[in-house]
Design a protein around this ligand. Structure first.
Ligand SMILES: N[C@@H](CCC(=O)N[C@@H](CS)C(=O)NCC(=O)O)C(=O)O
Length: 212
């Protein structure tokens, strides 16, 4: 199996899952959106996005699907398959529509657009993202004040997915410290080596720096 990745948020999430689960996979840094590489990746993922997992002559894309596959391959319950599965899917689904989306909006303006010179930071979009962030973070705060992790008694993919953009908070500057239980939960994720250092030993250029 080979996974094509970059250091951006969704591929980072997939690499983190692979490393956390010790999945047997080779990693290859890719830039499917660079004109020189586009043709190569179009047949693997028509969206020209990462991550992509190639195995048995086919290509699987979408970080969630790849996480599900790694969890199966390694016989882990990181992707829940028992009674906690609906709960895990609830948080993945809600997260992508709410908390993760809000983080993405702010990170896109303050992070990705600035790193890649895509355009000026749109303050109205940042403010809209921050409003959504606070609405979602309040819900997450209430949930996490009574439990350590989102689904069941141990970390699951729901936690990893919810945290997709938080390793990039140096750029996004989301006010997670306003929410003590969210902060505590995120500290638990930061305590996981694969979360902190997913690219350790991999051949992958750093992200372009943020301009001053
Ligand atoms: N819904 C997709 C989103 C994938 C996506 O947006 N990937 C972005 C990075 S976050 C990408 O490939 N950007 C180009 C690159 O990193 O080279 C998933 O969850 O995998």
């Amino acid at each position: 199996m080979k996974m094509y990745f970059s250091r951006n948020p969704n591929p980072r999430l997939a690499v983190t899952v692979a490393r956390y689960l010790n999945a047997e996979v080779d990693f290859e840094f890719a830039s499917p959106q660079s004109p020189a590489q586009g043709d190569r990746y179009l047949s693997l993922n028509p969206n020209l996005l990462l991550p992509i997992l190639e195995f048995s002559g086919k290509a699987l894309w979408e970080a969630d699907a790849i996480a599900c596959w790694f969890s199966r391959c390694t016989g882990s319950d990181f992707w829940r398959t028992g009674d906690d599965e609906p709960d895990m899917i609830r948080w993945i689904s809600w997260g992508k529509e709410n908390f993760v989306r809000a983080c993405d909006m702010v990170h896109w303006e303050r992070g990705t657009k600035q790193r890649y010179g895509i355009g000026a930071c749109d303050q109205a979009m940042v403010e809209a993202g921050l409003r959504q962030f606070h609405v979602a973070a309040r819900i997450l705060e209430a949930e996490l004040s009574g439990r350590a992790w989102l689904a069941g008694g141990s970390v699951s993919f729901a936690d990893f997915r919810m945290g997709t953009f938080l390793p990039f908070n140096d750029a996004a500057r989301l006010p997670i410290d306003d929410y003590p239980s969210v902060r505590r939960w995120y500290g638990q994720l930061e305590g996981i080596e694969a979360w902190r250092n997913p690219f350790d030993g991999l051949n992958a250029p750093d992200l372009p720096p943020l301009p001053n």
